[in-house]
Design a protein around this ligand. Sequence first.
Ligand code: GUN
Ligand code: ZN
Length: 436
Amino acid sequence: MPTKLTHLKGWRSAILHSIADPNDVGIEQSYEYFPDGLLVTNKDKIIALGNAEEILKNYPDLAVQHYPDSLILPGFIDTHIHYPQVDVIGSYGEQLLDWLNNYTFPAEAKFSDKEHAKKIAHIFLKELLSCGTTTALVFGTVHKTSVDAFFECSEQYNLRMICGKVMMDRNAPDNLVDTPESSYQDSKELIEKWHEKGRNLYAVTPRFAPTSSSEQLHKAGQLLREHNNLYLHTHLSENTNECDWVQSLFPEADNYLDVYNRHNLLTERSVFAHGIHLCDSEYKTLAQNGSAIAFCPTSNLFLGSGLFRLDKAEQHNVNVGLGTDVGGGTSFSMLQTINEAYKVIQLQNTRLNPFKSLYLATLGGAKSLRLEDKVGNLAVNTEADFIVLDYKATPLLDYRLSQSKSLMETLFVLMTLGDDRCVKHTIVAGEEIKIS
Ligand code: GUN
Ligand code: ZN
């Protein structure tokens, strides 16, 4: 008994987490809040959560870390991001297709060099963790080594991460294309090496319809059928020029999503980034297949792509998570991503409630990734990935929050003014993590 007890840790603070989609149960039933809360972890798992004084009665000798003026939340979940695009974040002047050709493809070409890939994977994960994101669905490049470099780094820090090699056999520079067969073989080897190894998971990753032949998309579908629990990660209906291009490349398809559907790429673990310019039947097909959309507000604004219709996705019961889409997106911070999401919804004359934003950035993301039994909230028996936000991180935040009259106001101000400066501690699998 005493040796077991040494693995127990207590984390005391105000604690908030989502327990359901506010759309299903109403705002008040969608979260749990403990003004003086205690989270108890045993190694990498959460074993108790509740009011501190009550829980402490059961654990009289518990070693407790106390965080006053703070809020514990689950680690954020980013449902769409590109690790090789650290080099091009904040690149001036282009919309999607020119941005890809002028900035993104040249940056991705450098990932044929494993040392470069390792260096960027390290910078990327350090940034993500310092922003409080503990799980992400991540694009690599077309190079197999880019994914090895990524998973080697994520494994070192015991992170729950999902990544995949880009499949891209046309309409891209010669040094960035593979073939249907080589992309299948490379992906297969990576799946065997990394999928469900430790906390790593693999996503079959055709970049988007314009850069894959029909033959390659069929190979992607074959990979999904040949292995259990794989993800499908790609882009969908982001930019109107892109949509026109897809229609001319696949004239037989009813719409953009139908290109993927004809290749059997719609599953419960399929995540489509953006999904801005969709028709009703596309939302319906996404819902029928249990697939998800990653809503990427900073990218959609920065690249001038358009305003995501959260209302339509909700009406059709499509799963939605939030994505930063770095480097088309402009921040690694999910707090800043929520800030921009609020403005996207404001421009459609609707309000994004902060408890809904919390849901999208945590449990909603986990549900989109089918990981809600493991991450996304602080329920007992889930994995102990959580963050400590500091109410006094900046003088402005400190002052503004001192005026707050409700939890909703506090949360909304944190989401509007907050960023990585608020994230004081990031705890992964029960251990505080610091990447140097
Ligand atoms: N569509 C195809 N590739 C990309 C990419 O790298 N970023 C974004 N935002 N959209 C894409
Ligand atoms: Zn993207």
